[in-house]
Design a protein around this ligand. Structure first.
Ligand SMILES: Cc1cc2nc3c(=O)[nH]c(=O)nc-3n(C[C@H](O)[C@H](O)[C@H](O)COP(=O)(O)OP(=O)(O)OC[C@H]3O[C@@H](n4cnc5c(N)ncnc54)[C@H](O)[C@@H]3O)c2cc1C
Length: 424
């Protein structure tokens, strides 16, 4: 006999938890299915541990005591124990169902526990897929067999590697390259593109590359790894051959080259969707191409925006839509804030200049007189970002913004300089 709920959520990362909690707060009976730890990738192998490894570098000036930092990291991931999250979920009136969830048809989910027992769940109103993403393993000769680090070992290693090679030039790559360098590793970063952090304004990548080089990280741009070998039957030293014919030797190799949706084993084929691909959704986060409008997807799995806070935004919306409230997502395509927690920090929201031009927005002209994007770099700029996010999301006219007077002396006075640049 199937157990019946109003809503079944598959995946209890930050987005699954929030979608479930929002629906439950509205009075619905919700099952939250999780096969690893409640809190998801973010809490144990992504946001929390990477920030725990990096943050001390910003505040502590003397050489970092690696042991203390790793201990701090373990504390921030609660020793990889989700007791407190389970307590929170129960307090939010969610029914936690442990095991691997799989769609078996419209509104039907089976959950296989670690002991092999299978529970059948049925959703009266909606199923929400919030299964997140997994690392993309590029097709480089020998790479997969060498068993490199991904974000799990990259944030969770119990020891500081003597020599670390990082493949990639995005946020995960630069944050973890800097974190392990500060803890004493000799770090080399290999990036295929012409600069780091290519989704940000060009000056961002240049400043972060310089900051990495200043602390002793070797940065290769426009370079690819072409072959990876590992000695000792996949346990020893790495040899990484590069497209510029250099050879790197390392004790650890981190692959941070993007992520793909975790949909290969969730039964999406039973409702006509393609396993392994992101679940395409409309602005109410309903899966496109599924009849009846009962299937939703939020967070990394829909590929709209791979950030915890935007996944949680989508989750709140999904909860509201399921409750029958009018709601539509737009901030995750138009006003997305993001902080890169390197030193210097990078904080940006909305379009870069190039993206705005591509989207047909007349940049730096007087017709619009609203801010469509902003980027700051420097210590602590993440805390300044929300003012820009409000300006972008609220489409606040520059002439109104001029009357939002920043206090003296604060970093926010940078707004005066920005407005002066527009002749105000
Ligand atoms: C190194 C790193 C650092 C990052 N730092 C930041 C940051 O500072 N700020 C930020 O905003 N974002 C950051 N991100 C991105 C962030 O981690 C993701 O956007 C976020 O985790 C997405 O949340 P989610 O709930 O969609 O997925 P996840 O957090 O991946 O959670 C998905 C959950 O679903 C479960 N699951 C999967 N399949 C099944 C199944 N079949 N049955 C049951 N359960 C299942 C998984 O076990 C998991 O618990 C970082 C990412 C990385 C890799």
């Amino acid at each position: 006999m199937a157990e019946t709920f109003d809503v079944v959520v598959i995946g209890a990362g930050p987005t699954g938890e929030n979608a479930g909690a929002r629906a439950a707060a509205g009075g619905l009976k919700v099952a939250l299915v999780e096969h690893e730890l409640l809190g998801g990738e973010c809490s144990y192998w992504a946001c929390m541990p990477s920030k725990a490894l990096l943050h001390p570098g910003e505040t502590i000036k003397e050489p970092l005591k690696a042991e203390a930092v790793l201990k701090h990291r373990d504390k921030m991931v609660s020793g990889y124990d989700d007791k407190s999250q389970v307590k929170w979920a129960e307090g939010a009136k969610l029914t936690v169902v442990r095991g691997r969830g799989k769609l078996t048809g419209p509104r039907k989910v089976t959950v296989e526990g670690k002991d092999g027992k299978v529970r059948e769940l049925e959703a009266r109103r909606a199923v929400v897929i919030a299964t997140g993403s997994k690392p993309r393993m590029p097709d480089i000769q020998g790479l997969k067999d060498s068993r490199p680090w991904d974000n799990r070992e990259g944030t969770g290693s119990k020891a500081v590697p003597g020599r670390l090679v990082v493949l990639g030039g995005g946020v995960e790559a630069v944050e973890l390259a800097q974190a392990w360098r500060e803890l004493g590793s000799e770090v080399t970063l290999v990036q295929r593109g012409p600069r780091l952090l290519t989704r940000f304004e060009p000056f961002v990548g240049e400043q972060v590359a310089q900051a990495l080089r200043d602390t002793g990280v070797r940065v290769f741009l426009e370079t690819q790894a072409t072959k990876v070998q590992r000695s000792g039957e996949g346990k020893g030293e790495y040899t990484v051959t590069l497209s510029n014919r250099d050879t790197l030797r390392a004790d650890a190799l981190l692959v941070a080259m993007g992520r793909t949706a975790r949909t290969d084993d969730v039964g999406v084929d039973t409702v006509g969707l393609k396993p392994g691909a992101s679940i395409e959704v409309d602005d109410q986060l309903r899966a496109k191409g599924v009849d009846g409008g009962w299937l939703y997807a939020c967070g990394d799995v829909n590929g709209r925006n791979l950030l915890t806070h935007m996944g949680k935004y989508q989750a709140r919306l999904v909860g509201d839509v399921i409750l029958g409230k009018p709601a539509k997502a737009w901030a995750d395509t138009k006003a997305t804030p993001q902080v890169v927690f390197t030193h210097p920090q990078v904080a940006s929201v909305g379009h870069t200049e190039e993206q705005a031009r591509k989207a047909g927005v007349p940049v730096k002209t007087v017709q619009y007189r609203v801010i469509v994007g902003a980027t700051f770099t420097g210590p602590g700029v993440g805390e300044m970002l929300h003012a820009a996010t409000i300006a972008v999301a609220g489409e606040v006219p520059l002439d109104t913004l001029w009357h939002a007077v920043p206090s003296y002396p604060t970093m926010s006075e940078v707004w005066l300089r920005l407005l002066e640049a527009y002749g105000l």
